[in-house]
Design a protein around this ligand. Structure first.
Ligand SMILES: [Fe+2]
Length: 511
């Protein structure tokens, strides 16, 4: 353990970031590209083995991987990737696909060490709620999104939820995986991203609380799974898997708000270590959630914790996104920071140790239950789940559960364990409050980590805990939350393969 830390410290000392902005992220002009590509060579310890030659002279500003996020009900964040830095990222938009008469711009075109792309972020403001807008970035084909319903709009709607999805196909979940993978996806079966695309009319937006691309599996792809890829180094490997995921998910995210939370596979280049490869092989750009920080633009407070905890309203529901990977208050540790259960060495992102819980307390206390009677909390690691005791995140239970129950949170949605699992309403420390969903007085925990993690699905833990009402470990799945009115909410575990309903409950609750 000490030797790894020592190596990390030495390696880190030679990786000074040349130009950082106020968020600690690199804003680099393309003119520096040639010198930048030469600085990533093996260090004195022989630990860091990579280097690459990026090509910057073609398709420099062509937009790809377009993704959108709600910004209140009168705004929308539009983000996209380019091969070069945009001095003035620009979105042309309007209410007709033939007249993009309005322009929104920013100066946010950022990247990080070893990324092959720049990430561009523009926020469109003063939009009408629940309204379809057409837009184009960097000459992209015209796309469209629909703004959020404002809090207090009691129109029924459905949201889709995926966790642990990952890239599909050659770089991710596929049907020709090694025999020790449980539930490799059958040939020709529709995967979850394809299903989200096919069912786009069935939901208004997507929430993905953690484990996005599994780009940190680049070494596993190369060493164990023997793909056709030649992932010769972490820079190309990490970028290739990320590109696969973000290209695939853009089919949805460019048209529907795609709200995200952080998971352990966003932490660094190797999920803490794999076989003989320690976390210390990760470059500075591929540690500390850097890619996640740069890639997304959620409606947080604009600080380094921007994408890690925040809340948003859509119609009759308030959504709290919480972070199980960093920033638990002392004496607890986020799972991926030094001292956390994952054995990683990442850093907190909050301005002070209780920043996240202070935000959560304030946020939940300020919810107007007349306008948003339903309160949904979403994070990555679960504690009430059909998994072995050591796979339950008990620090999360200690920190978050009292806050959620005190605030009368209705539903908690999580993933990380690669199966689906539904609890009864459950009090602190696993006490079942009641064995049905009529007027529950405690949160219901819904775990859906079965969207598409390419190492297959996890085995459900038996015998089932008393608080587990249903579990399934054989099907890839996404979730649908349908808000009917202030008293009725339906949750469905949907089979990605054929879109059949695996399990459904309706919670009846007077708020
Ligand atoms: Fe995870």
């Amino acid at each position: 353990m000490l030797s790894i830390l020592a190596i990390a410290a030495v390696a880190g000392s030679v990786r000074a970031a040349p130009w950082t902005n106020e968020h600690g992220l690199i804003e680099r002009d393309q003119t520096s590209a040639s010198s930048w590509s030469n600085q990533w060579q093996p260090d004195a310890n022989g630990v860091v083995h990579y280097g690459f030659n990026a090509t910057f002279n073609q398709g420099y500003w062509n937009a790809s991987q377009i993704r959108t996020a709600y910004r209140g009900c009168n705004g929308m964040s539009v983000s996209w990737s380019t091969n070069g830095r945009n001095v003035v990222p620009t979105v042309l938009y309007g209410t007709s696909n033939s007249s993009l008469n309005w322009t929104a711009t920013s100066s946010v075109s950022i990247t990080y060490e070893t990324s092959l792309k720049w990430e561009n972020h523009v926020v469109l403001e003063n939009l009408e709620p629940n309204t379809k807008y057409y837009y184009s970035v960097c000459g992209s084909p015209v796309n469209s999104f629909t703004t959020a319903r404002c809090a207090g709009d009691m129109t029924p709607y459905t949201a889709a939820v995926v966790v642990d999805m990952g890239a599909m196909g050659e770089y991710g979940l596929r049907h020709n995986l090694p025999s020790d993978i449980s539930n490799p996806i059958p040939a020709n079966q529709t995967n979850t991203i394809q299903r989200l695309v096919a069912q786009m009319d069935d939901y208004e937006f997507v929430v993905h609380p953690g484990d996005m691309a599994y780009a940190d599996y680049w070494v596993k792809e190369q060493v164990t799974h023997g793909s056709n890829l030649t992932l010769t180094d972490q820079v190309l490997g990490y970028n290739a898997i990320n590109d696969a995921f973000f290209n695939e998910v853009a089919e949805v995210a460019s048209k529907k708000a795609y709200m995200v939370g952080v998971g352990n596979h966003e932490a660094n280049c190797i999920n803490g270590g794999y076989k003989q490869y320690p976390e210390a092989i990760c470059t500075a750009g591929l540690t500390n959630f850097t890619e996640y920080k740069v890639r997304w633009n959620m409606p947080g407070d604009g600080s380094a914790s921007n994408n890690f905890w925040y809340s948003f309203d859509v119609g009759m529901a308030h959504y709290l996104i919480f972070d199980t990977e960093t920033d638990l208050p002392p004496p607890y540790y986020g799972a991926d920071v030094i001292g956390g259960v994952a054995g990683m060495y990442e850093s907190n992102v909050g301005a002070y140790p209780t920043a996240q819980v202070d935000f959560i307390k304030q946020d939940l206390a300020s919810v107007n239950r007349t306008q948003t009677p339903w309160v949904i909390a979403m994070g990555h690691r679960p504690w009430y789940v059909s998994a072995a005791p050591e796979d339950r995140f008990m620090s999360g239970l200690a920190v978050f559960e009292p806050l959620f129950e005190a605030a009368n949170v209705d539903v908690v949605m999580q993933g990380h364990v690669h199966l689906i699992s539904r609890s009864y309403p459950v009090h602190q420390n696993g006490t079942v409050q009641q064995y049905n969903y009529t007027e529950p007085q405690a949160p219901v925990y819904l775990v859906n980590g079965a969207a598409g993690h390419y190492d297959g699905l996890d085995k459900e833990y038996t015998p089932l805990y008393d608080y587990i009402a249903f579990a399934n470990d054989t099907m890839y799945s996404y979730s649908k939350l349908t808000f009917h009115n202030s008293t009725h909410l339906t949750h469905q575990f949907m089979a990605s393969g054929d879109n059949s309903v695996i399990d459904a409950i309706t919670i009846e609750k007077t708020h």
